[in-house]
Design a binder for this molecule. Structure first.
Ligand SMILES: Cc1cc2nc3c(=O)[nH]c(=O)nc-3n(C[C@H](O)[C@H](O)[C@H](O)COP(=O)(O)O)c2cc1C
Length: 179
């Protein structure tokens, strides 16, 4: 099974990257794993969308390759960071590569509500006409005050229980639906 990770932060010491790293490391022998680098994707505009953008082609190919995509989002001003939304806007065009792809959403923020609001927005975005992905239901994994769940650049094992449970529910869903 091919699992793609997309992290909605391009910050070097990103906590959300650490969440993704935890799953990528833990399941590296069980699944084929990739992460799309969204840092160099240009700001979307219809004026430039038909130009040659190898990083956009690669990002779309990664989605086509994937049996499931894990989106790990921070929260910026109650919503999805622009860098992640920009990536999704590119993916919503052309072949609409996200159509019917199973998606898991998780993420952490330093605030008290831990991405509840950005994850809610992201669920809505993922169901738009251009994306039409399947956000697998009954998987809700939030990391409030994420800084308290990390030590030495790693997610603490005892803080990862809901993440593991959510990810296993996600991969079970993909297996059962033979997507
Ligand atoms: C512009 C900006 C807006 C933010 N807005 C929120 C917010 O609405 N809710 C929240 O919980 N945290 C908010 N934060 C704090 C982020 O959760 C925190 O910076 C987090 O570490 C970002 O994720 P990262 O570590 O993966 O880069 C905001 C941070 C920035 C820079």
């Amino acid at each position: 099974m091919n699992i793609l990770f997309v992290v909605g932060s391009i910050r070097k010491a990103s906590y959300n990257q650490i969440i993704a790293n935890y799953l990528m490391e833990k399941y590296k022998d069980e699944y084929n794993i990739r992460q799309t680098d969204i840092s160099s994707i240009p700001i979307f505009s219809e004026d430039i969308e038909k130009e040659n953008w190898p990083m956009v082609d690669k990002a779309r190919e990664d989605v086509e390759w994937a049996d499931g995509i894990v989106l790990v989002t921070p929260e910026n001003n109650y919503s999805v960071p622009a860098v992640l939304k920009n990536y999704l806007d590119w993916c919503s065009r052309g072949n609409r590569v996200y159509t019917n792809k199973p998606v898991m959403i998780t993420g952490g923020s330093t605030g008290h509500w831990g991405t509840i609001r950005s994850q809610g927005h992201l669920r809505q975005i993922m169901r738009s006409n251009g994306l039409q992905s399947i956000v697998v239901p009954r998987i809700e994994v939030y990391f409030p005050k994420i800084q308290d769940s990390i030590e030495d650049g790693k997610l603490l094992e005892d803080k990862a229980k809901s993440l593991i449970k959510g990810f296993e529910k996600f991969t079970d869903y993909i297996k059962k639906n033979e997507i």
